[in-house]
Design a protein around this ligand. Structure first.
Ligand code: ADP
Ligand code: MG
Ligand code: MG
Length: 883
C-alpha cells in the first residue's frame, strides 16, 4: 500500500467517516459494523475524486494499484474472481457524496459479467435467463454511464425486440431473446463508441470508477448542488460492492422503504418493492412497484427481517431512515441507509414524535429542522370546499398545491418558469435530468413511477408538490397533448395538482391561506423557549398585522406609510398636496389625508394591541406619487395635438409635467427622501404624527392597548434626527394637550446609511431605538442599486460564484454585517441597552439571523409569512451561540 490511503474496505469504515467515504459508503460500513447483512466491498474516497478533478481527470499516483489490491482482498474474502469463468465476482460501482444527492450521479451494476462469465453465473443460479438478463443490463448501464451512449438507443432495441416477440413485459422475454439482445446492445454500443466494450473486467472497473468521478460534474448534479447549497468541490466517493441479485426469480426482490412516512411523518410502514427485479427498477421509476405491505405475503421471512432491521437502524441513527434493500433467493441484504429526505410537515411531526418517544431532546429536534424548508408549510393549499371531481388520480408523492399551465418537457418548464410563468411539468416519468425543469415548475405530474422514485424524493426535498404514477394519463409528445379517457388537454392548458391526495384537476382551482397545525405550533413553541431574539413583522395594514400575530409576531418592526398614500382613494389628495402652489392649498390637502391615515393606523394598532408597532414616517421621494415623466410628456403632446378644445386640461397637464420634471432626480434612491424630505416639508410628518397620536387615543378609548413607536428614515447626520425629533415632539405635545392626556411614544431612527453606522454614537443621543434598514444599508454600503443589479451583473456574479449569496437575500456578513456591528456598538456606547432591531428582508433569513444573534441585537422584523421561520432560526442561532 502506498502512503496515500485512497481506499478503505467496508469493514474498516464507520458512520463517522462520512467526509471521506461519502454518506453511502459510511452508511454501508456502519451497517456492516452493526451486523446488518450487507454485500462486502470497498470504498474509493472522496479525496481520490477531488485529487483526480484537481489534476484535470488524471488519477493520482498509486490509486489504481490500491484499487487492484482492494479488489484482490475482496476476491479473497468472497472466494470469487472478477472475470473468473468458474466463480465470477460481480460488483456494483456506486457514487456516493458526503451529502446525499438522490439519483444525480451515476451507478453501474453487474460489472464483471461478460462472455466468459455469463454461463457460470447462470449455472450457479440454476437460471441462465437471469444471467443473460444481468448481462444485457450491464451492457446498457456501462454504455450509458461510462461511454455516454444515449439511453434511447438501448430502449429502442429493447422495444423492437419485445414487439417482434409480442412480449408485454421485459420478463416475458426468453433466454434466447436476451442472448440476442446482448448481441444487439453490443452492436449498437460499438456503433456509438467506435470500439468494443473492454473485454478485461479490470479495465471496465477502472473506467467505471472514473465515470463515477466524472458524474460529480454532470449538469444535473451541478443544478442540484446549487439548489441545495452544496459546495462544488466536495467530490464523490465510489463504492465497489459485491452484487446481490433481486432478479433471481420469484423469491428475489428489490425495494426501498422509509422508517416513517416522509410526506406526513406518520410512524407507519412506507415503502415499495418489485419481485424479480434489480434496484434501479424501483428508484428510476421505470416499473411502478407494489406497496411494501404486500411483501409480507410473498416473502414473509425476509419481510419480518426487514421490519426488524428498519427498527434497529432508526434507533441507531435516532432519525428517520431511507433504506434500499434486495432479497436474493429469500435472503435479505441492505444496500443503503441514510437520513430520509422529508417534507417540512414530516420534519415537524418526526421531530415532535421523536422527542415524545424520548429518543431525542427538544434542542436536538430544533437543530434538525431546516428553517427555510418551513416555507413550504406557509404556502396556500387547495380550498377543501372546492367540490370538484378530479380528472384523474396518482400517488400523493409530495404534498402541496400546484396550479399552472401544462408543460411537457423540462427545458420548456425551465424557460417558462424562469420567465415567471406558473407551469406544471407533466412527464411520462421524470429522470434526474429533469431537475432544472422541476425547480422552475410549480409542481410535477408523472404518469409512471412510484412514491420512492428519484422524482418523488427530489420533489419532496425541494418542497415541490408531486403526483406520481397517474397511470390513466397518456402523453402525446408529438401533438403536445395529454389525454385521460375522453378528455384531451393541450400544453398551455391549466391544471391543478394536489400532492397531498394525489388528485389532478382540470383548470386552476382556488387556493386558501395556509394554517399552522399542532406539530408546527408545538415545535415552534420549543423554539420560543430557547430563542433570545424577538421576532416582529413588517406589516402595513390590518389584515397583514393580524396574520403576523397569528404566526407569532411579537409586534411590528416596520410599518411603511407610503403604501397608504398610494391607494386609489388617497392618491388624488396626495397629488394635490405635492402640487400645491401655496401653503393653504397644501394644508387643505393634508387635512384630507389625515383621517385616512388615522383610520389605517387604528386598524393596525388594534390588530397589534398590547404589542409594539414601529411606524416609519414617509420615506420615498415625492415623484413616486406622480405619473411617470414620459407618460406625462406624451399626455401633454396628445392634448396639444387635439387642438384648442381643452385649454384648462392642457394647462393642468403642463403644470404637472413641469412639477414632475422638477421632482425628477438622477439618483432618487440617494435623493430627496426620508428625513431630508420631512425637513423640507415638515407639514407632512406633522400630519403623520397627528394621525398616529389620534389613532392611538381612539384605540385606547375602545379598550385597546396601543404601543406605538415613531421611526425616522434615512438619517445620516445626528443633527437631522435632532431637528426631526423636535418637530415630532412638538406635534405630539399639541396632540396630548388637545386630548387632555399623554402617551408614551418612543422616537427612534433607521440606521441604513454607512455614515449613520459610523456616527451611531452621535445619533444615539437623539434616538430611543435603532432599527437597521439592511436593504438600503446593503444598497448604500455595497454601492449597488438593487433593481438595476438583480437582473444584470448580480446574476452573473452569483452564477460565477463571485459572491456566495445574493446580498439582498442573505446579509453580506463581512461588509454590511460590519456596518451593523459598528452601528450597534456605537449606539450602545452612548446609550447602554439601546434597543436595536432589524427590518428588511434579512430579518427573515436564517443565516442573517445567526449574525444578528451574534451581534446581540434585540429583535428582527420580517414579512408575516416568514415569522415562524425567523422564530426557528432565532432558536437555532441561540443554541449555536451557547456552544
Ligand atoms: P443511487 O444513489 O442513484 O440510488 P445507488 O448506488 O444506490 O444509486 O444504486 C442504484 C440502485 O442499485 C439501488 O437501488 C441499489 O440498491 C442498487 N444496487 C447498488 N449496488 C448493488 C449491489 N451490490 N447489489 C444489488 N443492487 C445494488
Ligand atoms: Mg441509492
Ligand atoms: Mg430604507
Amino acid at each position: 500500500m502506498t502512503d496515500q490511503h485512497y481506499l478503505y474496505d467496508l469493514a474498516e469504515g464507520d458512520a463517522s467517516m462520512k467526509a471521506l467515504l461519502g454518506g453511502k459508503g459510511a452508511g454501508v460500513a456502519e451497517m456492516m459494523r452493526l451486523g446488518v447483512p450487507v454485500p462486502d466491498g470497498f470504498t474509493v474516497t472522496t479525496a481520490a475524486c477531488v485529487d483526480t478533478m484537481a489534476a484535470g481527470g488524471t488519477w493520482p499516483d498509486g490509486l489504481w494499484e490500491e484499487t487492484l489490491a482492494a479488489l484482490a482482498r475482496l476476491e479473497e474474502r468472497t472466494g470469487r474472481g472478477l472475470g473468473d469463468p468458474e466463480r465470477p465476482l460481480l460488483v456494483s460501482v456506486r457514487s456516493g457524496a458526503v451529502v446525499s444527492m438522490p439519483g444525480m450521479m451515476d451507478t453501474i451494476l453487474n460489472l464483471g459479467i461478460g462472455d466468459d462469465t455469463v454461463d457460470a453465473l447462470g449455472r450457479e443460479a440454476g437460471d441462465p435467463r437471469f444471467a443473460w438478463d444481468s448481462y444485457r443490463r450491464f451492457v446498457q448501464m456501462y454504455g450509458e454511464v461510462v461511454e455516454g451512449v444515449p439511453a434511447h438507443v438501448y430502449e429502442d432495441a429493447l422495444t423492437a425486440l419485445k414487439k417482434a416477440r409480442g412480449a408485454a413485459q421485459d420478463t416475458d422475454l426468453s433466454t434466447d431473446d436476451l442472448r440476442e439482445l446482448v448481441d444487439t446492445f453490443k452492436q449498437v454500443s460499438r456503433q456509438h463508441i467506435g470500439d468494443d466494450l473492454p473485454s478485461d473486467p479490470r479495465e471496465a472497473l477502472r473506467r467505471a470508477i472514473d465515470a463515477v468521478f466524472r458524474s460529480w460534474l454532470n449538469p444535473r448534479a451541478r443544478v442540484y448542488r446549487r439548489a441545495n447549497g452544496i459546495p462544488d468541490d466536495l467530490g464523490t466517493a465510489v463504492n465497489v460492492m459485491q452484487m446481490v441479485f433481486g432478479n433471481r426469480g420469484e423469491t428475489s426482490a428489490t425495494g426501498v422503504c422509509f422508517t416513517r412516512n416522509p410526506s406526513t411523518g406518520a410512524k407507519e410502514l412506507y415503502g415499495e418493492f418489485l419481485l424479480n427485479a434489480q434496484g434501479e427498477d424501483v428508484v428510476a421509476g421505470i416499473r411502478t412497484p407494489r406497496p411494501l405491505a404486500e411483501m409480507e405475503q410473498v416473502l414473509p421471512e425476509a419481510y419480518g427481517q426487514l421490519l426488524d432491521v428498519m427498527q434497529r437502524l432508526e434507533a441507531h441513527y435516532r432519525d428517520m431512515q431511507d433504506i434500499e434493500f434486495t432479497v436474493e433467493e429469500g435472503s435479505l441484504y441492505l444496500l443503503q441507509t441514510r437520513t430520509g429526505k422529508r417534507t417540512a410537515a414530516a420534519a415537524l411531526k418526526v421531530a415532535r414524535d421523536l422527542v415524545e418517544e424520548g429518543v431525542i431532546t427538544r434542542e436536538e429536534a430544533l437543530r434538525r429542522i431546516e428553517p427555510a424548508q418551513l416555507d413550504q408549510l406557509l404556502h396556500p393549499a387547495i380550498d377543501p370546499a372546492h367540490g370538484r371531481e378530479p380528472l384523474t388520480r396518482g400517488l400523493a408523492a409530495s404534498p402541496g398545491a400546484a396550479v399552472g399551465e401544462i408543460v411537457l418537457d423540462s427545458d420548456l418548464a425551465e424557460r417558462r418558469g424562469k420567465a415567471g410563468d406558473a407551469v406544471v411539468l407533466v412527464r411520462w416519468e421524470t429522470t434526474p435530468d429533469d431537475i432544472a425543469g422541476t425547480l422552475a415548475a410549480q409542481g410535477v405530474l408523472t404518469a409512471h413511477g412510484g412514491m420512492t422514485s428519484h422524482a418523488a424524493v427530489v420533489a419532496r426535498g425541494m418542497g415541490k408538490p408531486c403526483v406520481a404514477g397517474a397511470s390513466e394519463i397518456a402523453i402525446d409528445t408529438e401533438a403536445r397533448t395529454l389525454t385521460v379517457g375522453d378528455v384531451t388537454l393541450a400544453e398551455g392548458d391549466w391544471i391543478t395538482l394536489d400532492g397531498s391526495t394525489g388528485a389532478v384537476y382540470r383548470g386552476a382551482l382556488e387556493l386558501v391561506p395556509p394554517q399552522i397545525n399542532t406539530d408546527f405550533a408545538t415545535v415552534v413553541g420549543w423554539a420560543d423557549e430557547i430563542r433570545r431574539l424577538g421576532v416582529r413583522a413588517n406589516a402595513d395594514n390590518g389584515p397583514d398585522a393580524a396574520r403576523a400575530r397569528e404566526f407569532g409576531a411579537e409586534g411590528i418592526g416596520l410599518c411603511r406609510t407610503e403604501h397608504m398614500f398610494m391607494e386609489h382613494d388617497r392618491l388624488p389628495a396626495v397629488r394635490r398636496m405635492i402640487l400645491a402652489s401655496d401653503d393653504d392649498e397644501r394644508a387643505a390637502a393634508l387635512a384630507e389625508i389625515l383621517p385616512m391615515q388615522q383610520a389605517d393606523f387604528e386598524e393596525i394598532l388594534e390588530a397589534m394591541s398590547g404589542l409594539p408597532v414601529t411606524i416609519r414616517l414617509l420615506d420615498p421621494p415625492l415623484h413616486e406619487f406622480l405619473p411617470n415623466l414620459v407618460d406625462q410628456a406624451l399626455e401633454v403632446q396628445r392634448l396639444e395635438l387635439a387642438g384648442e378644445g381643452h385649454p384648462t386640461d392642457l394647462q393642468h397637464a403642463r403644470a404637472l409635467l413641469a412639477q414632475i420634471k422638477k421632482l425628477t432626480e438622477q439618483n432618487p434612491m440617494l435623493g430627496t427622501r426620508g428625513v431630508r424630505l420631512a425637513l423640507l416639508h415638515p407639514e407632512i410628518p406633522q400630519m403623520q404624527v397627528r394621525a398616529i397620536a389620534r389613532a392611538a387615543f381612539a384605540v385606547a378609548d375602545r379598550g385597546g392597548d396601543p404601543r406605538v413607536e415613531i421611526m425616522v428614515p434615512l438619517v445620516a447626520f445626528a443633527e437631522e434626527l435632532r431637528r426631526m425629533r423636535a418637530i415630532i415632539t412638538e406635534t405630539l405635545e399639541e396632540e396630548f394637550e388637545r386630548a387632555g392626556r399623554r402617551l408614551e411614544i418612543p422616537i427612534g431612527t433607521m440606521i441604513e446609511l454607512p455614515r449613520a453606522a459610523v456616527v451611531a454614537d452621535q445619533i444615539a443621543e437623539h434616538a430611543d431605538f435603532f432599527s437597521f434598514g439592511t436593504n438600503d444599508l446593503t444598497q448604500t454600503g455595497v454601492g449597488i442599486s438593487r433593481d438595476d443589479a438583480e437582473g444584470a451583473f448580480l446574476s452573473s456574479y452569483l452564477d460565477t460564484d463571485l459572491v456566495p449569496d445574493n446580498p439582498f437575500s442573505s446579509i453580506d456578513v463581512d461588509g454590511v454585517g460590519g456596518l451593523v456591528r459598528l452601528g450597534a456598538e456605537g449606539g450602545r456606547s452612548r446609550k447602554p441597552g439601546l434597543k436595536l432591531g432589524v427590518c428588511g428582508e434579512h430579518g427573515g433569513d436564517p443565516a442573517s439571523i445567526a449574525l444578528f444573534e451574534r451581534l446581540g441585537l434585540d429583535y428582527v422584523s420580517c414579512s408575516p409569512y416568514r415569522v415562524p421561520i425567523a422564530r426557528f432560526a432565532a432558536a437555532q442561532a441561540a443554541l449555536d451561540a451557547r456552544r
